[in-house]
Design a binder for this molecule. Structure first.
Ligand code: AMP
Length: 280
């Protein structure tokens, strides 16, 4: 497991692997490694010869005044946790390495139909930051495969769109969400939850399960299901952003099959997102 901080080091290694005809998978992360991240690496190892994990807290995907400064940064602990799967390279660039001319984005790649709804509506500019950093990483690493979590479902769709429309020759793999025993999706931000908030937090996934069950049982009045769920979560102490039943392919109006239920809510200063797919 080599640790690189320079783009040139990654490129040189990539070239060597290319000459050896090795396939490469990239797993982009913002660090504070947990079992969700490890499950992406495990999947990547099944699909490619060599694995590069990147750890970079990307400033351009945080809105100003948001949690960029308090986002957990735990590199030593991360390197320990990564030892379980021993990716070949852990790429940990500095902000200057990734944004040598500053963060004012002179080029923006946007996916308007996806960027401005749900997380994009509540976090303006977020997905432009995501497409920017992911494009940079793809161009540096030139992976055959890149692995992302379905926990960030909207992000996964934005990246699939990016890759399809700009002809990146990269296969995008989505991996199921890893959860705590109570149902809470693992997230680096969970570290900010206190014990009682953690208990309350489990209600987010439970609520998604309840809606999904209701739909499976034949309920079709999605707006009512959403409104009731939001009211329930507010009563439990969440400050809710959205709860929405959508078409899983493009987050458009829900069709009859292949639905996704997306949710975002705050508990104190911690923003939680989650989703559940419903196939009928
Ligand atoms: P992050 O470090 O939060 O930016 O996440 C890096 C990658 O890990 C993204 O593709 C996430 O969707 C994925 N991820 C985050 N949490 C989980 C989880 N609980 N289960 C599976 N994948 C996850």
């Amino acid at each position: 497991m080599k640790q690189f901080s320079k783009i040139t080091e990654v490129r040189e290694q990539r070239l060597n692997w290319c000459l050896q005809q090795k396939s490469v998978a990239l797993v982009p992360t913002m660090g504070s490694i947990h079992d969700g991240h490890l499950s992406l690496i495990e999947r990547a190892q099944k699909m490619a010869d060599k694995i590069i994990v990147s750890i970079f807290v990307n400033p351009t995907q945080f809105e100003s005044g948001s949690d960029y400064k308090i986002y957990p940064r735990t590199i030593e602990q991360d390197m320990q946790r990564l030892k379980r799967f021993e990716p070949d390279i852990v790429f940990i660039p500095s902000v200057d390495e990734m944004y040598p001319t500053g963060f004012k984005l002179d080029i923006e790649i946007t996916a308007p139909a996806l960027d401005n709804i749900f997380c994009g509506a509540y976090r303006p500019g977020h997905f432009v930051g995501v497409t920017t950093i992911i494009s940079k990483l793809f161009n540096i690493v030139q992976p055959n495969i890149a692995v992302f979590g379905k926990k960030d479902y909207q992000q996964l769709l934005v990246i699939k769109k990016l890759v399809a429309d700009l002809f990146f020759p990269i296969e995008i793999i989505g991996v199921d969400t890893i959860r705590e025993s109570g149902g809470l999706a693992l997230s680096s931000r969970n570290i900010h939850l206190n014990k009682s908030q953690r208990n309350i937090a489990n209600n987010l996934y439970r609520t998604l399960l309840n809606i999904s069950e209701a739909i499976r049982m034949g309920r079709r009045n999605y707006r009512k299901l959403e409104a009731d769920a939001l009211e329930y979560l507010q009563k439990k102490g969440f400050n809710t952003e959205y709860m929405s039943v959508r078409n899983a392919q493009d987050l458009g109006e829900p069709a009859d099959s292949d639905l996704i239920i997306l949710a975002a809510a705050w508990l104190g200063k911690t923003r939680l997102i989650d989703n559940i797919q419903v196939r009928r």
